[in-house]
Design a protein around this ligand. Sequence first.
Ligand code: PBG
Length: 309
Amino acid sequence: MTAPAPASFKLGTRGSPLALVQARLVAAALTAAHGWGPEVAQIVAITTTGDRVQDRPLAEIGGKALWTKELDAALIDGRIDCGVHSMKDVETQLRDGIALLAMLPRADVRERLIGAESIDALPHGARVGTSSPRRTAQLLSLRPDLRTETIRGNVATRLAKVGSGELDATILAAAGLDRLGYADGATLSIDVMLPASAQGAIGITAREGDWTTAPLLAAINDINTFSAVSLERGFLGGLGGSCHSPVAALATIAGGRVYFRAEIMTEDGTEIEQGGFESTLEDAPALVAALAADMLADASPALRSLFSA
Ligand SMILES: NCc1[nH]cc(CCC(=O)O)c1CC(=O)O
């Protein structure tokens, strides 16, 4: 509050409806925290590779930083002051020169099923659209009769395919549906479907060493979200897998303790390795690394091979 308000503060984001809503949440948080006028926080929409290439599954496009590369470049060039991201889509290893500085309080971490009241209630052989290897594996482990189909596109496009009957059901993150104002669907307990690491968290990046921006972002950081998501990302890093590998991980922090659960699985759902622990915050990073190593050691060679770079 003591620093004078900048004339403008540019928030870079993808241009999808969900990304824009999330960027507005960050803009509102910054504006409130620093007492800025309504003209200061400005949203700059930037198209990423992941947005441009809609006709192929993500895993096939390959390459790194599908959702972040263009935003990182805009940061480095000084076209934007910070980048707003769904943490779920941010690589474990950030590009040089980019720092992750803050996260908003996490939303609902759970998955939501659209098209049926529960996974058990889906008709035999139902067609379920998802482009996530994790969701595919988890669904098939519960219901091997289901037919999973790859779908791409934004949340509205995916919902429309269920609405039109092209698909019987789909699974999306409750966080995204809630932020976009979609009330339909059955929220799945984390015991039925453990979410992706970092699901429901919005993160904010900036140029490393930008000491003007860092304190502005620190003021809106939710420390428990940052710690939990960092642990989940640490688990991914410990596995050595890409964000396209079938992994679920969730850290919950309550009363100064960490409750951590994770799964790694083959995409056909025939093998799911589960693990977890409860610890102090201080012990958690080392336990996360040990858990990743233990789960890989217990996995079959086929499952383990999904995580060797
Ligand atoms: N992979 C796309 C993506 N990235 C973040 C979200 C939802 C919002 C969130 O998890 O914070 C979604 C859509 C979905 O999985 O339903």
